[in-house]
Design a protein around this ligand. Sequence first.
Ligand SMILES: Nc1ncnc2c1ncn2[C@@H]1O[C@H](COP(=O)(O)OP(=O)(O)OP(=O)(O)O)[C@@H](O)[C@H]1O
Length: 787
Amino acid sequence: MSEIRQDWSDEQRRVDEIIELIDTRVERLEKETLESKSEMVEIRKNFWEDVTVNFEDTAEVAETFASMKQQAELLSERERTHGQASVQLKTLRKLRNSPYFGRIDFVEDGEQEADCVYLGIASLRDKEDENYLIYDWRAPISSLYYDYPPGPAQVETPMGTIQGELIVKRQFVIRDGIIISLFDTGVTIGDELLQEVLGRQSDAQMKSIVATIQGEQNRIIRNERSRLLLVQGAAGSGKTSAALQRVAYLLYRYRGILKADQIVLFSPNPMFNSYVSTVLPELGEENMEQTTFQDYLSYRIGKTFKLENPYAQLEYALTGLNQQGYEARMEGIQYKASGEFVAIMDRYLAYLGEQGLLFRSLVFMGGAVATAEAIAESFYSLDAGIAVPNRLRLVAEHLLKRLSERQQDARKEHWAADAIELLDNEAYVRAFQSLRRNKQYSGSTFDDHDRERDLLIDYVIRKNFKPLRSRVKKLAFVNLKATYRQLYADPAFARKFALEAGCSLPQRWEEICGATLERLDRGEMAYEDATPYLYLVERVRGFQTNTSVRHLLIDEAQDYTAFQFAFLKRLFPHSRITALGDLNQSINAHNAAGTSGFKALSDLYQPEETETILLTRSYRSTRQIVEFTSRCIEGGEKIQPFNRDGKVPGLTLVSGEDELHRLIPGRVRALLEEGHQTVAIICKTAAESLHAFQAFSSALPGLHLVERETTTFQSGVVVIPSYLAKGVEFDAVIVYNGSSVEYSRESERRLFYTVCTRAMHELHLYAIGKWSPFIPAGSLAVNGSSD
Ligand SMILES: Nc1ncnc2c1ncn2[C@@H]1O[C@H](COP(=O)(O)OP(=O)(O)OP(=O)(O)O)[C@@H](O)[C@H]1O
């Protein structure tokens, strides 16, 4: 006991010394930033006074430029120094509050003395700048802390593998420079601290987990070998958390080489983006790019079509059961998501290389400069060995020439002369300026009438042809809409490609074709058509690849289609992919069986390029909740709950909606009184959420309704549809209606599981009439069937 007390005071003394050092640095840096700031203001203010401006002759002009350049360089140098100092200051202030969270004493084989390594969110060196007082948690040596309990250990460093023994492993909680808790641990990361962290109430933002990263999460974070890293993990096993720490790790490991904008995170929805957006800034890092697949689709084709949202598609899948054409649409959604359809599309593309690509005529003032047939002929007369996008570029060059010829002819036509008569004053001045810019005219006004007329005619003609030229350059003479449509125009057409690809068409293909045509003709693009269509567009026109992105992280990857994975791989050809997901949470319209999951993605890479990491320990929910939820799914016995105690999930069966609406507000109020910060009433669909929201809003003032457009994650009480709750968590979850009417199909099992696993501390389920068959049998006996 006294030994610990001695250790404690020694450690506190060390913390005090470090804080003293930090204070000195902060003071110095504050002074420096203040100075550089006032210098910057001064330079900006006097910029033109300190520059010698003289444009009289070439020598003077050169001197003026040199002087301006010098002044600009001085300013940007001060700005850089100021920026660096501000970043350092921010980090130091964070360290001052909590300088570190861990310590390891490591004796290297062959050495006598132990190296004492303290780990924090950033490095700190001593006064002489020689020794590390704190190591960044991402430094190679820090890995020992996450990977080993005391005993033999080894670490990979740039100099090779170092072996030795870990003799001390200590954890700290330091707040405002005071050690609040300190203990030596015999395991990788002491459960005590994790207990404490996990037991806290949640807020509206995800937290950084640096102090308690688990060994298997560390493998995800530091993985550098694989082209494709697949993480399959139970609900709440820390996939998203590990992914975000991985980004921070990569930015540290490749600092100077990798920039935050070369890392892209694809997340399920904008609200989720807001939920995770503070983790990296909290660690002092710049945020990576965050987007959703839908955002990307909408950016690419949202102007051409009325694009369906994936959640609208899912809402249809959940609610459209009785609508005409439902079965065919569902079959179409599944088929268009599949690898088989990628294969069919590939055959179709090969076919288009030889025939069938549809073009638009190039029309000027009602007359064809080149008809669609002539363009097709010119395209197919080119060597078929040349790739389609390259052939199109050759055709474009030819068409631009045709346009130039047509432009020449236009000079003889009266419309151009008529058009100049109609030029208003402003247009006339613009024409004049444009001619001057293009060096076609150097006088200060038009003085020669004929010359003026010629130049203006030229101007008017060029202006009229400009949109046409730009359409040709963008290859808009290929009619991709019609080419995509053609695949469905005759249901027998695709059969040939299916045969070649060795796959079959779905049973209701004819119906699928009919419905697809109807939608396309209405200018609508169903979500299931969006990726195949864009794939066709990109393969025909040449993929607009993004070569600068080096790391792509795909969260909730179980909900991506084989088609989307194939597309993403082409879109980011130089990128490594980290895909994180849970097959038990597949909630989408395309994968009714919920089985294919990552296979489609791993099929795109060689086995030696791929690594799979399984996470089976669940951290989010209490042991009682995990024991309940893991029995809702097959194979759930493999999920290990983290040992944190709470209440057994509450089960309340009611006879009707009135009773349901009476009981839930009372439960919410009780939860808030217990101190829970975030409470979610989770409904199955958006329609049901709206209904519940209307029923509860007067009894629960301040209640929020989360809709698919919601962009910020809020604390308090929310009503949310099941599929939007994906990826986020709440202190307490109320399942609005867990009845057999709502959740009984196999695909709804995963929805039900996803809903229940959002709860951290408390889970309460209500149902009207009869319980869903997914409620674990034993739970009903324990709880009874009503409150
Ligand atoms: N090592 C850890 N230390 C502390 N907290 C952790 C750790 N790992 C995970 N958590 C916490 O567990 C909860 C679940 O983590 P996260 O959301 O990353 O899991 P997930 O696997 O992405 O979940 P899901 O698939 O259900 O969306 C979060 O509150 C997170 O902070």
